[in-house]
Design a protein. Structure first.
Length: 158
């Protein structure tokens, strides 16, 4: 197998999971027509249509809120943050509804939230944080941090 990039591994995982499971949807800023800020969703709109590849306004809390609602209705959303720094805007939805819904209401919320983080994206002070520690001790939330393309693809598919 030829080596692939981290971004291509993510793209392949989303393609494969969306092809295998019609309940998987992608929601986020510029994920449709533009193909994602880092082109990880390029081609998904053409393959799966507007119902499953949903472009949103620049509102991270709206993305997570919509993904939470979708998950309660039986969908399996992948919510893409262009830059993970802004996940702080979603703290309430993630900690009090997505993570705890299973325990509070027997309503699991199978959501994947993904986005670039850290200094490797060369995004300056507002696009280079690693905010995963905000969520690390939240019951019901799993945090994964892949270090190779193989890990990225496997974790996204699981």
């Amino acid at each position: 197998m030829a080596p692939i990039t981290f971004l291509e591994a993510i793209r392949q995982a989303m393609f494969e999971e969306m092809a295998a499971d019609p309940s998987v949807v992608l929601i986020g800023e510029d994920v449709g027509v533009y193909g994602g800020a880092f082109k990880t969703s390029e081609g998904l709109l053409e393959k799966f249509g507007w119902e499953r590849v949903i472009d949103t306004p620049i509102s991270e809390s709206a993305i997570i809120g919509a993904a939470c609602g979708m998950s309660y209705l039986g969908l399996r959303p992948i919510a893409e943050m262009q830059f993970i720094d802004f996940i702080a805007c979603c703290f309430n939805q993630l900690t009090n509804f997505v993570a705890k819904g299973h325990y509070l209401w027997n309503a699991p919320a199978p959501i994947v939230v993904r986005g670039p983080s850290g200094g490797g994206v060369h995004g300056g002070p507002f696009h280079s944080a690693n905010p995963e520690m905000y969520f690390l001790h939240t019951p019901g939330m799993k945090i994964v941090y892949p270090s190779t393309p193989y890990d990225a693809k496997g974790l996204l598919k699981s």
